[in-house]
Write a protein that binds this ligand. Sequence first.
Ligand SMILES: Nc1nc2c(c(=O)[nH]1)N[C@H]1C(S)=C(S)[C@@H](COP(=O)(O)O)O[C@H]1N2
Ligand SMILES: [Mo]
Length: 213
Amino acid sequence: MGLFTNRGFQPKRPANPKLPPGQYETTDFPVLTAGPTPRIALTNWEFRLEGLVEEPMKWSWEEFNKLPMQDFNPDIHCVTKWSKFDTHWRGVNVDTLLEHVKLKPEAQFVTQFCYGGYTTNLPLADLLGGKAFVGLQFEGQPLAPEHGGPARLVVPHLYFWKSAKWAQGLRFTATDEPGFWERGGYSMYGDPWKEQRYRDDDDDAASASNIRL
Ligand SMILES: Nc1nc2c(c(=O)[nH]1)N[C@H]1C(S)=C(S)[C@@H](COP(=O)(O)O)O[C@H]1N2
Ligand SMILES: [Mo]
C-alpha cells in the first residue's frame, strides 16, 4: 500500500439521483402479474368512474380514445427493486377523466379495479395534478397485453404495483381500502423514496387508521 492510498478516501461513484433507495436501474421491462393475462375484446372494453360520485361515468373504447391525450416520460420503480428511466407513454391524464364527474366530498381514496380482478388503493390526491394517467401506448405502440393493454393506470411516483394493468375503472371511497397486494402485507401508500415496501414501512397514522383487512 502506498503512502497516499487510503480506502476511506477513494472517490465513490455518486449515487444516481433518479434512483430511489434500494433500487437498481434496468433497461428491460419485466412483466409482473399475479395470475393469467386477461384478454379483453375492445368491443366489450369500458372504463368506469364509480363509488362516491354524483353520477357514475363510463366510456367505451371508442369514446375513451377521443379524450385528449398527452405524452408522459416517467421513471418507474418496481417494489422488486428494478427502476426503469425515461419510459415513453401516451394516454389520458386522470384529471381529464375527473372533469366528467362530480366527486362527493367524502371521496378521499381510490381503488383502481381491473379486468381479471386485481385491485390497488391510494389516496385521491395521488391521482390529481398531472401525477397519474391511463396509458394506452408504450414506446409508440399500443400497450402490449402483458403490460396491461389495452389500458393501464400509470402512477409513477409510487411503486409500480400501484399502477393497475387492464384497468377497468376507478372507485372513489371514503376510507383507504387495501387492494390485492396491500391485503397481503404491502404498503398502503408505497412511496419509493421512503422505501415503503411493506405495511411496516408506512408512516403511522395516515395509513394505519383506515386499514380494514
Ligand atoms: N391488473 C394487474 N395490475 C398489476 C399487477 C397485476 O398482477 N395485475 N401487478 C402489479 C405489479 S406488482 C407491478 S410491479 C406492475 C408490473 O407492470 P409490468 O408487468 O408492466 O412491468 O403492474 C402492477 N399492476
Ligand atoms: Mo410489483
